[in-house]
Structures are given as C-alpha cells and as structure tokens.
Design a protein around this ligand. Sequence first.
Ligand SMILES: NC(=O)c1ccc[n+]([C@@H]2O[C@H](COP(=O)([O-])OP(=O)(O)OC[C@H]3O[C@@H](n4cnc5c(N)ncnc54)[C@H](O)[C@@H]3O)[C@@H](O)[C@H]2O)c1
Length: 433
Amino acid sequence: MKITVFGAGYVGLVTGACLSDLGNDVILVDVVKEKIDNLKNIILPIYEPGLEEIIRRNYNKKRLLFTTDSASAITNAEIIFIAVGTPQAEDGQADLNAVRAVATEIGKHINNYKIIVNKSTVPVGSGDLVANIISNNQKGEKIDFDVISNPEFLREGCAIQDFMQPDRIIIGSSNNKASQLIVDLYNPLETTVLVMDVRSAEMVKYASNSFLATKISFINEIANICELVGADVGLVAGGMGLDKRIAHGFLHAGIGFGGSCFPKDCQALIKTAQEIDYDFKVLKSTLETNYLQRTHFIKKIIRILGNVEGKKLGILGLSFKSNTDDMRDAPSIDIINELVKNGALVTAFDPVAIKEAKKYITGINFATSSYQVAEGSEALIILTDWNEFKQLDLLKIKELLKSPIIIDGRNIYVPSKMKDLGFKYYTIGRGKA
Ligand SMILES: NC(=O)c1ccc[n+]([C@@H]2O[C@H](COP(=O)([O-])OP(=O)(O)OC[C@H]3O[C@@H](n4cnc5c(N)ncnc54)[C@H](O)[C@@H]3O)[C@@H](O)[C@H]2O)c1
C-alpha cells in the first residue's frame, strides 16, 4: 500500500518505520524541517531502541521517505495516518490544532479516494471533526474519503515490539470496505483485531490509559499505607497480581506516572466528562494521587536528610521512565526543582535523557556516569528504573558517597541485600519508612 504518515514523533516514526518494514511504501511528513533533514541522514529526533536500524534499512530500500511537502505526500497516498501530537490544552482538553492543520491540508490536496486513519489520541467525536474539516476544505468536485479511528497503544522504550506484536488492534469505522482495508494492512501482525464504531474506538484509548493510570495510583496509595503499617508493597502487589482479574502489570509502586500520555489523557477524559455534566471522580483522584506521590517523596527525602540546603545530592534517572529520553511531565522535574528550591546542590545522571532534561531542568550539574553522581554526595536518589542502575557496583557507590544513603523512588534493589552491604536504604512502601 502507499501510505503517508503525518508526524515524525514517537508514534509517527514507529508507525511509518514498521509499516515500511512490512513492505509498504511510506512517506513520513513533519512540519519541522530540521527533523526531516536529520532523518534523511538517519539522525533520529528521539531515542527508541531498535528504531534507527529499521529506519535505515527501509530508507536505504527507498520504501521510507521523509518530507515536509504535505501536498505531494497526500496526493501519493492511498492511506493517510494522522500521528501528530495532541498535547494538553490550557483548559485540560486535548489540543487538536495539529490534527486540524493536517485535516485542512488533506482537504486542500485530496485528489482521489483515500482512507484517513486517526492514530493520534483524540477525544470522542474527533473522527467527525476531521471529516468535516476535510470536506469543508475541498474545492470543486467533492472527492470521497473515509475517516477511521485506530488508536495507538505502544509504550515508549519497547515501541517496536508493541507495534509489531500488539495485544490488540482497534479499528473504528462506519464503512466496512474501508475498515477491511485497514484490517488487511495489519494482517501480518497476527493479533486480535476489533472493529467497532469510531466513537467507541476513540474511547477505548482514553479508557485504557485512564485505567492503567488508576492502577498505578491505587498501588501507590497501598504503598503509602504499607509504610504506615509496616507491610511490603512488593509482596502485596505480587500477591494481588496472581489474581487473573487483577494481573501483575502496572502494580509497581513508585513516585507516580509521568510522560506525554497518562497525565494528559486522564485530564482530557475528565474534561470530556465535565463537558457533558459528568463528574469522573475516580479519575480525578487518580491524577491527584499521582502528583501527591511526588510531594510525598520530596517530604521523605527531607525527613531522611533533614534540611537539604547546601547539601550535595545525587540523582539517578531523569526520563519519565526507563528506555526513553522523553522528559514530558517526568516526576524528576518536580522533585529536582523542589530540592533546588530548598537549596540542595544537585548532580544528576541519565543514560540517554540528559540532552532533553536540559530543556526542562536548570540550576543543577549533569554528570557523565552514576559513579560521578555518587562522588561526595550526601545521598543517592533514584528517580528512573534504568537497568544499568540495577547493575551498579554498589560497594564502589558506597565508597564514593559521603554517607551510605540511597533513597529509591523506583524500588530497584532488594532491601535485605542493601542492608547487608551497609546502606541505609529507603524505598516506597516496603516496610516502615
Ligand atoms: N508517545 C507515546 O508513547 C504515545 C503512545 C500512544 C499514543 N500516543 C499519541 O500519539 C500522538 C502523537 O504522540 P507522539 O508522542 O508521537 O508526539 P510527538 O510530539 O513525539 O510527535 C508529534 C510530531 O508531529 C509533528 N507535527 C505537528 N504538527 C504537524 C503537522 N501539521 N504536520 C505534520 N507534522 C506535524 C511534530 O513536529 C512532531 O514531530 C498523540 O496524540 C499521543 O497522545 C502517544
């Protein structure tokens, strides 16, 4: 198939690269010229394991092209994916400006029947919005098209695997012929494909992300109670997760979720509900609990270390989760800013996110290794569960630290082992804090 993908970000790049790897001819369009120029030299705007190799392979085979010329990318396509950003607008709803801009371009340049696939996360009713914009921007003879909802569920850090081996593919469409074409496009992926109406498909995405976010906030509250009653949230989650109705995923207690999806998608669903006079109480609590978890952690640090003014503190991990350089709404931003506000002298290290982090965090030093961070620090504070932090030479870390204190916001070590190594090791929800 001839496919055009709008948006060369996490979702668009992965979608374009993987669809070209499945044998389709793909054109990736972005409005940022520098991004497109770099991509032509296989310089990626994001860190995503395995993506560069797939892009290089398909670019070399000329199955994957990069352009800023939306007109020719539209006229050449049979299927057009919209994968542009839908960040949180000031009122909490999803900002659809980029989606509107792409729909306008499609309306202006559509030259024959096309299927428009909305992969961006967009509120219920956006399928109609996109269709109306396309229709209204067509001049002269009206050309037929169908708008399909196909929400994306990939996780940054394992996006290729998630795209190629998804748990399910959701297709929302009011036209059987169009949805069958998209079912056929995904046929090589061998997974369950659910076809439904557009509005339900749009809702599946918000409901899924909100549910996962709620699971995280729930286990974080259990962790907070565990600290007060002297229970271990790791054991509790293990026991809960064996129940198939609950399952293990997203029961890892920590400093809460961040990133570009959960916070904004929860907020957008709360807003959608509000607009129809529905008070989504559970989801509001999910978000409130999430941000409180950052505050709890800051208070914990100060309770353990006392006044942090003038103290050198080492931070391990900046990205909102491991295996990505994405810093959008990362807990590290709030936590570090608060420590700096309290006069702490912060040095931080992240395996890939330092370049991004510099756009969000100022007034701290960035180190080139975990060991450099530990050197002379009063305590080591873990904010992201990168694998390389799990493999550190902890005896060396202990020697480098001023005092053997580790405050772990991601519960990456075994408390008994840390005790044996001589650390004062503080965690989230594993016994009395
Ligand atoms: N990042 C994730 O893990 C993830 C997962 C599932 C779904 N989503 C959803 O997918 C969508 C995209 O997210 P993302 O993280 O890839 O965003 P992103 O910010 O990484 O990328 C968006 C890209 O769109 C480009 N763009 C903006 N306006 C454009 C236009 N008019 N024409 C062409 N390109 C344009 C931007 O320059 C940017 O490169 C969002 O709706 C998001 O909620 C994201």
